[in-house]
Design a protein around this ligand. Structure first.
Ligand code: ADP
Ligand code: MG
Length: 420
């Protein structure tokens, strides 16, 4: 009886989503409102070699969530489609340099892509079947890539997304090779598209690489609230069941993301999480209240990520704050944090930092937004910092525990000792 009732209740609730996948960053939309100008410029630059002109390299930059990756994927996908009818076939290679970030791995990925393509069209007896992902001399990998690519008349469009990550990790050597290839290639041509959120990496480039990489430059400006609203409305239509979104929901998501440098990813995340919260509560509509809670949830999740990457000593300081909060839920002062911290260190057999250094760590936690610390005057006793935690204590614990089980076991013990 109970089970039947349970399920019938769930089945009776009207669904919120038609297809939530359309709200995820992995989905490349069919339409990209407010990016017409960038899309046309990209198409014009990339189509030039199909008419026999020398291809240009392109550098694209703009803050996160301004549609760089989506626009490039959209244009290159269309270009591949039409290239069947052109004398020069287009081969697109997309590499995310956050994942593939060494010279060797970039070249091996390229070599394997073109070797596979060559094998499909004809036998290339003199070339290996594939290149291993480690172990060969880099020169050999490069030669293999060069010959496989030049084995056919084609335009290779190589997209290096998050190119700044590659340069910071491995320097610009591979870019030097890639941007000089056109003068040596006999049959094929290559065009590099570099995408970055941050222009500082340009300072680390050899001047020749810099000028060659940015033969054409495209800037993606942040979206404003009205533009974000358009983007969200189009996406909401295909992702949500008709009529489930209440008035004001989309405007609120758009306004929120516009404040954070016009990030469309952020706007879409807010809308998706708001929908998921409504769904989880069995509500039939998504309201502005769900958006507000989605905002809080996303902020908390971000903080948890920040906490996970903190050095051990900062985690210990934060942990001391949590213990104090649980003991007396009011604002606490830095001196108290230090004495709990000192206890924890000695229980766990860790080095004890000076009070001054712990003060610095508290300031860092404040800067990161994990806590808020306010300097207050205590009359004759001088000044101290009043501390408030901005993340829920259970979330802090979850973030710390996942990382360092051994230490935390000891900590749990010491926590009990401190509380006694
Ligand atoms: P970037 O590469 O600049 O960080 P993305 O291209 O990944 O940003 O865009 C972030 C998210 O926003 C993706 O889900 C993308 O589909 C979406 N998006 C960005 N610009 C638009 C647009 N003009 N129209 C529709 N969706 C967009
Ligand atoms: Mg991107």
């Amino acid at each position: 009886m109970v089970r039947e009732g349970l399920f019938s209740m769930l089945l009776e609730t009207r669904p919120i989503f038609k297809n939530r996948e359309f709200l995820r960053p992995s989905y490349t939309p069919e339409e990209l409102p407010h990016r017409d100008s960038q899309i046309h410029q990209l198409a014009r630059i990339l189509a030039a070699p199909l008419r026999g002109e020398t291809p240009s390299n392109i550098l694209i930059y703009g803050k996160t969530g301004t549609g760089k990756t989506a626009s490039v994927k959209y244009v290159t996908r269309e270009l591949e489609k039409v290239s069947d009818r052109s004398p020069l076939k287009v081969k697109l290679v997309y590499i995310n340099c956050e994942e593939v970030n060494t010279k060797y791995r970039i070249l091996a990925t390229l070599a394997n892509t073109f070797l596979e393509k060559l094998r499909c069209s004809r036998d290339a007896v003199e070339l290996p079947e594939s290149v291993p992902m480690t172990g060969w001399p880099t020169d050999e990998v490069y030669k293999c890539f060069f010959r496989a690519m030049d084995g056919e008349k084609q335009l290779a469009v190589i997209v290096l997304d998050e190119i700044d990550k590659l340069v910071l990790k491995s320097g610009d050597e591979v870019l030097y090779n890639l941007t000089r290839m056109n003068s040596d290639l006999k049959n094929s041509k290559v065009s590099i598209i570099g995408i970055s959120n941050d222009l500082n990496f340009m300072n680390y480039l050899d001047p020749r690489v810099r000028s060659s990489l940015s033969e054409e430059e495209l800037v993606f400006h942040p979206y404003n609230a009205l533009q974000l609203k358009d983007i969200l409305e189009k996406r909401a239509k295909i992702s949500f069941v008709d009529g489930v979104i209440e008035d004001g929901v989309i405007s609120l998501c758009a306004a929120n993301a516009a404040r954070e440098h016009g990030d469309a990813r952020r706007a879409l995340d807010l809308l998706r999480v708001a929908g998921e919260l409504a769904e989880r509560q069995g509500d039939e509509k998504v309201s502005v209240d769900h958006v507000r809670r989605a905002y809080e949830k996303i902020e908390q999740d971000k903080m948890v990520e920040v906490i996970k990457t903190l050095p051990s000593q900062s985690k210990l300081v934060l942990y001391s704050i949590v213990i104090l909060m649980e003991r007396m839920p009011r604002s606490i002062v830095s001196g108290e944090v230090y004495s709990v911290y000192r206890d924890l260190c000695s229980q766990a057999g860790l080095d004890v930092l000076t009070q001054r250094r712990v003060g610095d760590l508290i300031s860092e936690l404040d800067l990161l937004g994990v806590i808020s610390a306010k300097i207050v005057s205590k009359g004759r006793q001088g000044r101290t910092k009043e501390i408030k935690l901005n993340v829920h204590p259970t979330q802090v614990m979850a973030a710390i525990q996942g990382e360092q089980l051994v230490t935390i076991d000891t900590l749990k013990l010491s926590r009990q000792l401190t509380l006694v």
